[in-house]
Design a protein around this ligand. Sequence first.
Ligand SMILES: NC(=O)c1ccc[n+]([C@@H]2O[C@H](COP(=O)([O-])OP(=O)(O)OC[C@H]3O[C@@H](n4cnc5c(N)ncnc54)[C@H](O)[C@@H]3O)[C@@H](O)[C@H]2O)c1
Length: 328
Amino acid sequence: MELRTDSPPRFRHAVVTGGAGFLGSHLCTALLESGCEVTCVDDFCTGRRENVAHLVGRRGFTLIEADICHPFDAEVAGAAGGSPPDLVLNFASPASPADYLRMPLHTLETGSAGTRNALDLARRHGARFIQASTSEAYGDPQEHPQSERYWGHVNPVGPRSVYDEAKRFGEALTAAEARARGGNVGIVRLFNTYGPRMRGYDGRAVPTFVRQALAGEDLTVTGDGRQTRSLAYVDDTVRGVLAMAASELLGPVNIGNPDEITMQELAELVIRLTGSPSGLRFVERPSDDPAVRCPDITLARGKLQWEPVVAARDGLERTIEWFRRQPS
Ligand SMILES: NC(=O)c1ccc[n+]([C@@H]2O[C@H](COP(=O)([O-])OP(=O)(O)OC[C@H]3O[C@@H](n4cnc5c(N)ncnc54)[C@H](O)[C@@H]3O)[C@@H](O)[C@H]2O)c1
């Protein structure tokens, strides 16, 4: 990741909700490296302390255990070294299907009351606010690739709606904050991102395949394996989010890698890169699982001068290397 540590940080103090999760921990690291104070707020419902263990004790880093469904301004004020936050990145939310199906009400509450509380914190300090939305806002899309102009095709009462609709509500709330109060807010629609610190059992394709391949188990491909995803390496996504933070755009802006890959191709690539003797095992596809997913990133290219640069092979090799080093 290109970090300009030689220049003054653009932000003085960033609050990252969900900062002990996969993406949040990489954002905390990048911001701290840029010279910014970072307050990580997390309830550890899916995050892990080891994700931020390398930051704890470093100057400028504060870890707060709190559920953002309740106002958390007092904790942030009490913990911060001095300067009020000038950036709030709202990344708290269960994000993998296994997690949000296990915690449906907490997911809805986090996306609604939690987003409201994070917006309030930003407004009180006049901070820039970034809402982590998702390609799930497009549901099972009928347009391909998906541009920000597409409004989506979401089942509002299906099992996945707890996540999809919470995220859509978070977008609506963020957009209303801009309209009603002139808030300095932005929305990123993140497409599938992978990399170190994902959990092997979180149910998402990359960590599942890598874990299975390293254990010599067959890789469980859902459906006929022809459904596609587009996978961004975490460093690319972090760069995109920080570019959005540094802009004054409301968005939504798609952040993702437009290189599309079928689930079967992904499984076969993981087997090749790990040198595993594993085969493929086809299993039932979850309900409302989207058939295709691919971002149109014209807006991010044009407005943020951002595009992904890490090829799938490189990103997967780095991820596999990290999984190999984890205690089994
Ligand atoms: N990783 C992706 O591919 C992807 C794609 C689209 C959107 N996103 C969004 O990015 C964000 C981070 O996703 P991730 O992949 O890192 O998932 P993750 O599960 O690793 O991280 C989420 C973090 O939020 C914390 N959290 C959840 N509810 C909370 C609450 N009420 N209060 C405080 N903390 C809470 C969890 O403990 C965890 O640390 C999520 O908002 C997700 O919707 C991620």
